[in-house]
Design a protein around this ligand. Structure first.
Ligand code: SIN
Ligand code: FE2
Length: 211
């Protein structure tokens, strides 16, 4: 190993860490598991409550899945497209998410939801807070795969100063505690080709949605 885990763990805010390259050795198990999930519950462009279609395509794995439609944002046990339960969270997803949370100081993270976001070139995710979960004492664990992106990470008001973090294939961000409700977003994805994932960025966001 070139660097120790400590050197790859970079604090970005109180209780928020970038784990640089954390997933790099696991692409060969993560990517087939990701493909299986997408086969069972296909990626789709959901509508926001005010009627816009999201540029990011989404699906979920785990007991609960995050959905949005005219009725609002919420967690659902069923995929509204297939009407089936969401595919189970692959054990490699869970293991790596729990281990990333531990590395960032969150000992007992047990995710019950894994949202999968696929960004095509030109797509973005506007500044928002993750606040559809029952208990904000649990952190968010976020995996980056494929094309690079700029992640804006702010404070707990929309106006608070932001830092811009470059996220590459294999990086993980964990935020919780004092940063749990920080605003964040992904800037427009630039054209490119990733050797494993082509013209896409995938983000896997692990959360504890229920109390
Ligand atoms: C999100 O905020 O839900 C996704 C962030 C990302 O794509 O890295
Ligand atoms: Fe988010």
């Amino acid at each position: 190993m070139l660097f120790s885990d400590e050197e790859n763990t970079i604090q970005i805010a109180p209780d928020a860490y970038l784990l640089k390259g954390f997933l790099l050795r696991h692409s060969n198990t993560l990517l087939p598991a990701l493909a299986e999930v997408i086969k069972a519950s296909p990626l789709r462009h959901m509508a926001t409550p005010n009627g816009y279609q999201m540029s990011v395509a989404m699906t979920n794995s785990g007991e609960w899945g995050w959905v949005t439609d005219q009725q609002g944002y919420r967690y659902s046990k069923r995929d509204p497209v297939t009407n089936l339960l969401w595919p189970a969270m692959p054990s490699i997803f869970r293991q790596l998410a729990v281990s990333a949370a531990k590395t960032a100081g969150f000992e007992d993270f047990e995710p019950d939801a894994c949202l999968i976001n696929r960004y095509a070139v030109g797509s973005k995710l506007s500044l928002h807070q993750d606040k559809d979960e029952a208990d904000f004492s649990h952190p968010i664990v976020s995996f980056s795969l494929g094309l690079p992106a700029i992640f804006d990470f702010g404070g707990n008001t929309r106006e608070a100063p932001k830092i811009a973090i470059s996220l590459e294939h294999g990086d993980v961000i964990v935020w919780g505690g004092r940063s749990r409700l920080n605003f964040h977003g992904i800037r427009t994805i630039k054209a490119g080709q990733h050797p494993l994932l082509g013209p896409y960025r995938f983000n896997l966001t692990f959360r504890r949605s229920q109390a």
